[in-house]
Design a binder for this molecule. Structure first.
Ligand code: XLS
Ligand code: NI
Ligand code: NI
Length: 432
């Protein structure tokens, strides 16, 4: 059987190429002591590339894939064959999936789990043969109508129980496939109207559910990170995991701040009114940075359009904050990105990912260079230099009245200094 991608040769690094190749991403190039591929840790999202059919709120599918509709196990396996072919064309080291992406929905929980495990057997072999790893697994607790009023926050306790069973099965499979992380994106954990919502009770249930996930992780000896993916809205009007700051408050409240980290998506940061680098820097500062979904939104539409990244300066600032905090470690760069619905062909899928990998490589290398040159850290240190002297440090251990007395005795009259933003922006522009 010939595969959907069999006409496309594995991509090579060729800066001069005008066909399908990497012009910037040289996987084995050593940067800051290790190969780029080990820094960037790219992952392909199963759902957007192999499940989504191009439909939008106004029209049905536009893509014609040989494994569609994948409503039988046979077609689901054909989908898996083609997915692994694509990972190899791209040289992608990782992939990510939801249960719902990889197996058709059964008519019971146990049938769902049986099918999931049957596909996991297929994955296990393919991962062994190809060396492709699982960056993260997750459960889809938002597509089926049973989740319309939430998953762990559903008013119906049977839905809570359904979710417990599904998440357990997905964690087991992620563990079996040596997944490096397990993600919980709060799909429909939020609400449409307060008129029918007990907000306090829903948050309590969500906290309890997450605590159970963490307990289960330790029980089975799963070494991956548990990650929450914040998003402010869509599908629900008010999502509980609004942004990094909100998630941190939630984790603190349930005593989970040392157990759970965040998977930050560029597009979700924008929806929350933040820049990607802000969300990353905040998570690093709070000690909860885990991984990234590297996909942008359309800046005008206000929707989560999940487009491949194509803006080097933006990507550079994101990787800059990641590198400053010590890199991706167990996390990775997941392209939670889909084609535009008019991009019908197999090579569109390859081009979308290849271009994204090139953009990330360029941004990453710029970030590494800025860091190595101390280009931004030196002026930043200078700006806070006053705090390095003893008197300033003593003040932090002192009290309001003592500080006040000293300030008044010295007749302080601080003079403003320039923040030099334009100069700093000019420095960044030399690198990107
Ligand atoms: C949706 C989310 C989702 C998560 C995985 O907006 O980005 O795709 O990454 O459930
Ligand atoms: Ni998203
Ligand atoms: Ni995502």
């Amino acid at each position: 059987m010939t595969g959907y991608f069999s006409d496309i040769a594995p991509l090579r690094f060729d800066p001069e190429s005008d066909g399908l190749a990497f012009r910037h991403y040289d996987a084995d190039r050593i940067v800051m002591g290790k190969p780029l591929k080990d820094h960037l840790r790219f992952a392909v999202a199963y759902w957007h590339s192999f499940v989504w059919d191009g439909s939008d709120p106004f029209g049905g599918g536009t893509f014609d894939r040989p494994w569609f509709p994948a409503d039988s196990m046979e077609l689901a396996k054909q989908r898996a064959d083609n997915a692994f072919d694509m990972f190899q064309v791209l040289g992608a080291p990782y992939f990510c999936f939801h249960d719902h992406d990889v197996r058709p929905e059964g008519d019971s929980l146990t049938e769902n789990h049986r099918r999931l495990n049957e596909i996991a057997d297929v994955f296990e072999h393919k991962m062994e043969d190809t060396g492709v790893g699982l960056l993260w697994g997750t459960a889809n607790l938002f597509t089926h109508r049973r989740f319309m009023s939430g998953a762990a926050t559903n008013p119906d306790p049977d839905v809570f129980a359904w979710c417990a069973s599904t998440v357990r099965a997905c964690m087991d499979v992620t563990h079996r496939l040596n997944g490096e992380n397990y993600v919980l994106w709060g799909g429909r954990e939020g609400y449409e109207t307060l008129l029918n919502t007990d907000l306090g009770q829903e948050l309590d249930h969500m906290g309890r559910f997450l605590s159970m996930v963490v307990e289960y992780k330790h029980k089975i000896g799963f070494k991956g990170q548990i990650l929450i993916e914040p998003k402010p809205q869509e599908p629900s009007k008010h999502q509980y995991d609004y942004d990094v700051a909100t998630v941190y408050g939630f984790l603190k409240r349930f005593g989970l701040e040392n157990e759970v980290r965040v998977n930050i998506e560029q597009g979700h940061a924008i929806l929350a009114g933040h820049s990607f680098e802000h969300e990353i820097a905040l998570a690093q500062t709070l000690g909860i940075f885990g991984s990234i979904d590297m996909n942008r939104n359309d800046y005008q539409s206000g929707w989560d359009t999940d487009q491949f990244p194509n803006n080097v300066p933006e990507v550079a600032l994101a990787y800059y904050e990641i590198l400053k905090g010590g890199g991706l470690t167990q996390g990775g760069t997941n392209f939670d990105a889909k084609l535009r619905r008019q991009s019908l062909d197999a090579d569109d899928l390859i081009a979308g990912h290849a271009g994204a990998m090139d953009v990330c490589a360029r941004g990453f290398e710029a970030a590494a260079k800025m860091l190595a040159d101390d280009a931004l850290e030196q002026p930043r240190r200078e700006r806070y230099a006053g705090w390095t002297n003893d008197a300033a440090q003593q003040m932090l251990k002192s009290d309001l009245a003592s500080i006040a007395e000293r300030a008044e005795a010295d007749d302080l009259n601080p003079q403003p200094k320039s923040g030099r933003q334009e100069k700093l922006e000019n420095i960044v522009n030399r690198y990107v």
